[in-house]
Design a protein around this ligand. Sequence first.
Ligand SMILES: Nc1ncnc2c1ncn2[C@@H]1O[C@H](COP(=O)(O)OP(=O)(O)O)[C@@H](O)[C@H]1O
Ligand SMILES: [Mg+2]
Length: 351
Amino acid sequence: MSDKNQEFPIDLELEAPLKKVRYPGFDMDIMSMQLVTEAHLTEGKAVIHLRPVSAPPEVREELENQIAAMVREATGVKEVEVHSPEPPKPKKEEKGPHPIDGVKWVIPVASGKGGVGKSTVAVNLAMALSALGLKVGILDLDLYGPSVPMMLGVTGMQPDAVGDKIGPIMAHGLKAMSVGFLIKADTALIWRGPLVMKAVRQLLHDVAWAPLDVLVLDLPPGTGDVQITMAQEVPITGAVVVTTPQDVALTDAIKGVDMFRQVGAPIMGIVENMSYFNCPDCGSRHEIFGHGSVKPLCEKLGVPYLGEIPLDPALRQLADLGQPKAVLESPAGEPYRELAKKVMDQLNSQD
Ligand SMILES: Nc1ncnc2c1ncn2[C@@H]1O[C@H](COP(=O)(O)OP(=O)(O)O)[C@@H](O)[C@H]1O
Ligand SMILES: [Mg+2]
């Protein structure tokens, strides 16, 4: 381009024809809309540059055809070249799951409905995996009812900053993080979609988890924004689905399994919680919820059966007092030690 052209970006003889070109669907001409950035006539050829505009391809084509027709008619040149660039695409956010720095495996603990023992399983599984010698973290993603701080006996603790990350709370050898550490216990937060996504993303990626072998995720019940964001944000090693042997809970377990399948996440299997009750008075085993229905369900769904955990009042007491170590070392901890071994086997077979 010559200096002269830079000074006068639109050749005079092209102004008039371009003024006749109306933007498709609008009353204004493209000159008044300041769409034309350059227009030159050289050696029997017209070259016209437009500003980038968002338009469907057919509108773009109509515009180019109109320009060519008007310029040809007015100047008699045969060759008309119209450049109408597409606007730059809005910069895409970093999409797709990407591993958490320094974390090898991610195990979400999920269920279709609340109160089936997800958090209890998540905390005790994390403790049992840690007792097997792994470096373990637990992330409470139940934004609506965080219970990990209470179950670990560390309510009211406040995380420190570690560089540009949030330092996890150390509790019983686990690295723990929960919305419960970040907001006041009595703050009622209304979590809407975008806020949920932001919180989940930050809890996964902006916490100083490294180095960890396993990060256990305690999910809220159901199949909502938290679960979807989680699946979009991190590669999942395998999900543990918790259910009780009641019919309703089983339906929810199927939904839970379906959800992970739909996001392409592998499933470690289903745990049957509150499966039976060992009566401390009479010593006999009571199968209150119709025990035994989860194993056949697993076979039907083609996912591993991860075992059963009895209804144990001692467990409830210790869990609610925030003493996971006492749980693990008591008879109540046995089913979790078994569960951890099964999970460990699956982890080892992934290497
Ligand atoms: N196997 C069990 N035996 C006795 N109580 C249990 C058992 N599993 C969970 N609980 C108790 O049930 C309640 C709900 O469990 P929780 O883990 O918070 O469920 P969720 O996270 O699925 O909502 C808690 O008080 C917990 O201590
Ligand atoms: Mg819970």
